[in-house]
Structures are given as C-alpha cells and as structure tokens.
Design a protein around this ligand. Structure first.
Ligand code: AMP
Length: 219
C-alpha cells in the first residue's frame, strides 16, 4: 500500500499514521519528524529548516522533495509506505506523482482527516510530546506525568515550539492556502478518501481500517 495522510496540523495524522503503519506493516514517513531530527542533530539542513518551522512556515518545496525522494528510494519502502505531512503543496504533490510514475509505481489512496478549527487549536495547544519516542500527551484528556518524564521510554516530555498559539494560527493559515487545495487535487484524480477525525483514537483508527481494507480489495 502506498498511502498519503492529509489534514490540517493537529488532526491526528501522527498517531493515526503510526497505527496504520503497524497494522499494514509499512513505514510511516513524517517530513516533520525528519526535519526535527535534523534540527536536533544540528545538521546544515536542520539549521536551514528551523527558521521556517519556528514561524509555522513551510520549508521550500525543493528541499522537502529531495528529502522525500531519498527516503522513498530506501529498501523498506518497497513494501509500501505512508506519508504523513507530505505533500503539503501542489508542486510537492506533482513531484510525488511524477516520482512514483518514473519508478513504475502508483499512489493507492490519499486519506484526508477532517476536523473543525476549534478542536484543532485546542488539541495543538494542549499537546505535549516525548522528545525521545514521540509519544503524544494532551494536557486536558491524557496529561503527561507531573515529573515530565515519558512513562514509555524515560524521555523528556516537551511542548513543540510551533505548538504555541501564535504559531498554530500561522500554521492553520498556511494549511488553508497551501495544503487544503490538495483535497480537490487528489479528489479530481479519484484518489481521495475522507475520514472523520472526531472520536477516540481507536474509533478513528477503526474507520481507517475499514476504508483501507476496502481500497486494498479494489487494488
Ligand atoms: P509537522 O510535524 O508535519 O506538523 O511539520 C512541522 C513543520 O515542518 C511544518 O510546520 C513545516 O514548517 C515543516 N514541514 C513538514 N513537512 C513539510 C512539507 N511537506 N513541506 C514544507 N514544510 C514541511
């Protein structure tokens, strides 16, 4: 299965992507995670990306496309993949489709998670993350332990710089102008499937599984 997870920041792409990647045994590729890793290692790419990320802006298409191309060429992607947070612009989507067609491959489905803006803002501003294993916490519904240490791996739990309210608003603006047009772009190509992002993690996951199983049957 070659899948794309689409949706505004905070709709649950990370956690749902993780569950899908386990269920179907395909790697989850998050461009945001790759960039944060580069930043934490203080690489050249990381030093370039941080200026965009901290303002909630998009890293330039050519930079992101190169990262994704190199990642998709790795062996583990032969069995399929799930992209989380990519593509985010029409030129990125075109790059992806061209890359796949050059490799003789096709995208199976684009899964768009829908959620209203106030729920998104609420989730993002309450979100806390383990710096080591990436586990998500939420101050309102799933608060992290008081000592700020991840119960799964012992990593330090923190708030992403870009989950501050000023940056969230910018990210949503960027989403509406650059990424939302991808919904129609993929719908016109007959690739789009919509999933309601409301509900518990396991309810949303169940919806995903039934949609993906249907798509699998049709491949
Ligand atoms: P995410 O973890 O997916 O919310 O990504 C965090 C930030 O990384 C975004 O706000 C962008 O600054 C940058 N980023 C991640 N993926 C992309 C992409 N496909 N295109 C451009 N910028 C990206």
């Amino acid at each position: 299965m070659r899948l794309v997870l689409l949706g505004a920041p905070g709709v649950g792409k990370g956690v749902q992507g993780y569950l899908i990647s386990k269920e179907y045994d395909i790697p989850k590729i998050s461009t945001g995670d790759i960039l944060r890793q580069e930043i934490s290692e203080n690489t050249r790419l990381g030093r370039k990306a941080i200026n965009f990320i901290e303002k909630g802006e998009l890293v330039p298409d050519e930079v992101i496309n190169k990262i994704v191309e190199a990642r998709l060429k790795k062996d583990d992607c032969k069995k399929g993949f799930l992209l989380d947070g990519y593509p985010r612009t029409i030129p990125q989507a075109e790059f992806l489709l061209n890359f796949l067609s050059d490799e003789g491959l096709k995208l199976d489905a684009v899964l768009n998670i829908k959620l209203d803006d106030s729920t998104i803002t609420n989730r993002l501003s309450n979100r806390r993350i383990c710096s080591k294993c990436g586990k998500d916490f939420n101050l309102a519904v799933n608060p992290p332990p008081e000592d700020g240490i991840c119960p799964v791996c012992g990593g330090k739990i923190y708030q992403r710089e870009d989950d501050r309210i000023e940056v969230i608003e910018e990210r949503l603006k960027v989403y509406r102008s650059n990424t939302k047009p991808l919904v129609d772009f993929f719908r016109e190509k007959g690739k789009l499937f919509e999933v309601d992002g409301n509900g518990s993690i396991s309810e949303v996951h169940k919806n995903f599984v039934s949609i993906i199983n249907k798509i699998k049957d049709d491949i």
